[in-house]
Write a protein that binds this ligand. Structure first.
Ligand code: NAP
Length: 252
């Protein structure tokens, strides 16, 4: 068995996932980077390896159960699973939402977490000291107009965390949920706005200091590196300029 404690990170090709891979590698984890864009995770894994860390990359779509099972079977060890892959599509009100978008958001934000967690639970158990971390959102804790299928999906992801924590009680596995508010990452708003850069930029317009991917990677790393008996159930993390999903202070 590999000596180093191993963290699997989904969606490590961008934003919060990539920042988490960097910080967990810095904290001494062997990091296993996964995402659909293989070139990006390979580049980051090579960068981390060159810096003296243990890192490897795998192309993986978390909505593809067969691929997730094959990936899990290829792993020799897993101590932490960071379910980060996800995102939003569109800002339409419920009345106008496209069911295909809702389905896609459910697939990645909910079933993706389910697939990865089910597939890696045996290895997490075998580690004797495992952690499942789920990146939800403040959209999983409150609703807002135009939140649509993203709000619904992140509420579901939140309930996976709370249910799993109850079900695994007594086992050596922690279940942690991190729920960020507004984080300025390279992909989130652009994906939500379907590639429209002007609309994506408007999400952060006038907000003095939205959270960064590194801010969230810092909270993830902090929760994972607490002593094994300390389970940080839930962290809601917002920028100071955002008091609620719908209340954002904008300057200018
Ligand atoms: P991002 O830069 O767009 O990153 C999203 C990541 O998810 C990418 O690495 C992407 O990789 C991966 N991904 C998407 N679909 C996937 C799939 N089917 N299989 C595997 N990987 C997939 O956005 P981010 O802001 O870092 O978001 C990361 C997480 O934080 C998401 O769950 C998001 O919902 C959550 N979050 C973000 C914010 C925010 O304001 N930014 C706030 C709260 C919560 P590939 O495209 O290469 O597969």
């Amino acid at each position: 068995m590999t000596a180093a404690r191993t963290a699997v990170i989904t969606g490590a090709s961008s934003g919060i996932g990539a920042a988490t891979a960097r910080q967990l590698a810095g904290a001494g984890y062997r990091v296993v980077l996964t995402a659909r864009r293989k070139d990006r995770v390979e580049t980051l894994a090579a960068e981390l390896t060159a810096a003296g860390h243990q890192a490897e990359a795998h192309a993986l779509d978390v909505t593809d159960r067969a691929a997730v099972d094959a990936f899990a079977a290829s792993l020799d060890r897993c101590d932490a699973l960071v379910n980060n892959a996800g995102g939003a599509l569109g800002t339409e009100p419920v009345a106008d939402g496209d069911p295909a978008d809702w389905r896609a958001m459910y697939e990645v934000n909910v079933l993706g977490v389910l697939h990865m967690t089910q597939a890696l639970l045996p290895a997490l158990r075998a580690s004797g000291d495992g952690t499942v971390l789920i990146l939800t959102s403040t959209a999983g804790h409150g609703t807002y107009e135009g939140g649509g299928g993203y709000v619904a999906a992140k509420h579901a992801a939140h309930t996976i965390a709370t249910t799993l924590r109850l079900e695994l009680c007594g086992e050596p596995i922690r279940v942690i949920e991190i729920a960020p508010g507004m984080v300025k990452t390279e992909g989130f708003a652009l994906t939500r706005m379907r590639g429209d850069e002007t609309k994506a930029d408007a999400v952060y317009a006038g907000v003095k200091s939205p959270l960064t991917a590194d801010d969230i990677a810092d909270t993830i790393t902090w929760t994972l590196t607490r002593p094994s008996h300390v389970n940080i159930d839930l962290l809601i993390v917002r920028p100071r300029a955002q008091a609620a999903n719908h209340k954002v202070h904008r300057e200018g």
